[in-house]
Ligand binder design. Structure first.
Ligand SMILES: *Cc1c(COP(=O)(O)O)cnc(C)c1O
Length: 356
């Protein structure tokens, strides 16, 4: 499919300074769009100036939340070239999310072409290291109808925006164990990147803030004891020197960062296993010193070390410190290795980078 180009040229007013860019607040001047209609399929792919969508107030996405999204980054290398990190994995995951949410799949080739073309058009908006261009594809149900059914029309679009490091300082976060709410249940939508999962999780974030925490640690919905995710990141522990993470069997989102860290661990000869982990095992390990590191991983923050776990139950608060409260050596090694690949400081031996 040929992408119609109606893009505008608008370079940044000032050189982009990664130190002052906040995540998700600034957007590049152009966006990609393509429409889908039952019986007609995907049509009219185009790049147009970034701006408000024209949508009926009866559009199904606004009432029933039929929506999915993705998140990935483009990196500027020292030679000026721009590269997307593993966009094929995001495109495949978008289609897994689409199937779960009864939405049409979008050919991976078209997704990649759209991302590449859009980032190329706005390449001046890709900051220098350590800044990145965040790329946000999304699909929404646009049919004007209030009867509950799967929409007959969808819009897929991609917006992008320059961003600095997710955390200004590589500090650690304080995490509240979520006892009252669950993020995802077996048979539900936990593995899909869909807005409703986020909407349902916001209340726990508010509760976390009241305890001086930045995020919550999600437990499984059935037994309420297996650890699953932290905020909107996958979760890893260093237990007896082994990087340990729960398996993604339906209730956990299959993170591209998580998968990449597994590969990097194997190469660096850092033991890595996927297995069920009980929260009591984590608390025990933290008390005895067998659990030396806890960290979340995801595209936005890459690796985010947890400094403290807070458990609030029946009116008593227990605080478990992780190591010395700072980022541990394995988290740092993994973060540095991954970002070195992304920024082209070391050779991309896995073919993870797609040049724009
Ligand atoms: C996006 C997301 C992640 C991280 O996935 P990456 O591909 O590594 O960015 C983890 N958990 C949830 C719930 C997410 O939405």
């Amino acid at each position: 499919m040929d992408i119609r180009d109606e893009s505008i040229v608008r370079p940044p007013d000032q050189p982009l300074d990664p130190a002052t860019l906040t995540f998700g607040r600034q957007f590049s001047p152009n966006m990609f769009m393509v429409d889908w209609e039952r019986g007609r399929g995907w049509h009219d792919p185009r790049i147009v100036p970034f701006g408000p969508l024209s949508l009926s107030p009866a559009a199904m996405v606004l009432h029933y939340g039929q929506e999915i999204f993705e998140g990935l980054k483009a990196f500027r290398h020292a030679d000026g070239s721009v590269h997307l990190f593993r966009p094929d994995r995001n495109a495949a995951r978008l289609n897994r999310s689409a199937r779960r949410m009864s939405m049409p799949e979008l050919p991976v080739e078209l997704q990649l072409e759209a991302m590449r073309t859009l980032v190329a058009v706005d390449r001046e908006w890709v900051p220098e290291r350590p800044g990145t261009l965040y790329v946000r594809p999304a699909m929404i149900a646009t049919e004007e109808a209030l009867g509950v059914h799967s929409s007959n029309r969808f819009l897929f679009f991609i917006i992008t925006g320059p961003t600095g490091p997710y955390f200004k300082t590589q500090g650690t976060v304080r995490i509240l164990v979520a006892r009252d709410w669950v993020r995802a249940a077996p048979g539900g939508t936990g593995f899909a990147k869909t807005g409703g999962n986020y909407a349902a999780s916001l209340i726990a974030g508010v509760e976390a803030e009241r305890c001086g925490c930045q995020q919550v640690l999600w437990l499984d919905a059935v037994e309420r004891r297996h650890v699953e995710e932290v905020g909107a990141m996958n979760l890893m522990f260093v237990l007896d020197g082994v990087v340990t993470t729960p398996p993604t069997s339906g209730t956990i989102l299959e993170g591209v960062t998580r998968e990449s860290i597994g590969v990097i661990c194997r190469e660096l000869k850092i033991p890595f296993v996927e297995r069920a982990i009980h929260i009591e095992e984590v608390f025990d390990g933290l008390e005895k010193g067998d659990c030396t590191e806890v960290f979340g991983c995801g595209t936005a923050a890459v690796v985010s070390a947890v400094g403290e776990l807070v458990d609030y139950q029946n009116g008593t608060e227990r605080v478990y410190k992780v190591g010395d409260g700072k980022e541990g050596p394995i988290a740092r090694k993994l973060r540095e290795t991954l970002t070195s690949i992304q920024f082209g400081l070391v050779p991309d031996t896995h073919g993870w980078l797609l040049r724009v």
